[in-house]
Write a protein that binds this ligand. Structure first.
Ligand code: ZN
Length: 135
């Protein structure tokens, strides 16, 4: 079976709104959910601040990362993904993204404000695009 990540239309809309609100900068979020049989399901989104305030990079503060992981644990969910947006380019990982994807091998969802595409990627010895299902 092809690997993939499932997200509800509602959670997708929250992420897209977050991306639009943060223009001209990249936006970011932590995705909570469950992993079953190599498939990921997003159950909630934890919106975070891009402390770099950059249009080409993002960084989530250590404080928010700690808060996010604690919140996931409290809700008995796992961190199943990282979301960020690209205000001025397509929904594919940048060189910097690729570097961080290797360090953080959970699904990465990227939204492009440029063409409104949303795609998911995962690092598994190399970076692959995985199926993104919106239900
Ligand atoms: Zn990026």
């Amino acid at each position: 079976m092809q690997r993939g990540i499932v997200i509800s239309k509602n959670h997708k809309d929250i992420l897209v709104k977050h991306a639009k609100r943060n223009i001209p900068n990249e936006s970011c979020a932590i995705l909570f959910g469950k992993m079953e049989n190599d498939n990921f399901t997003v159950k909630d989104v934890f919106l975070t601040k891009n402390i770099e305030e950059s249009s080409v990079n993002f960084t989530i503060s250590n404080d928010e990362l700690i808060k996010g992981y604690a919140e996931a644990e409290k809700r008995k969910l796992d961190v199943v993904g990282i979301f960020h947006s690209h205000p001025n380019s397509g929904a594919h990982p940048s060189m910097t993204d690729k570097k961080f994807m290797e360090i953080n091998p959970v699904p990465w969802i990227i939204f492009s404000n440029e063409n409104e595409e949303m795609k998911a990627y995962l690092y598994e010895s190399k970076i692959i695009e995985i199926n993104l299902a919106i239900i």
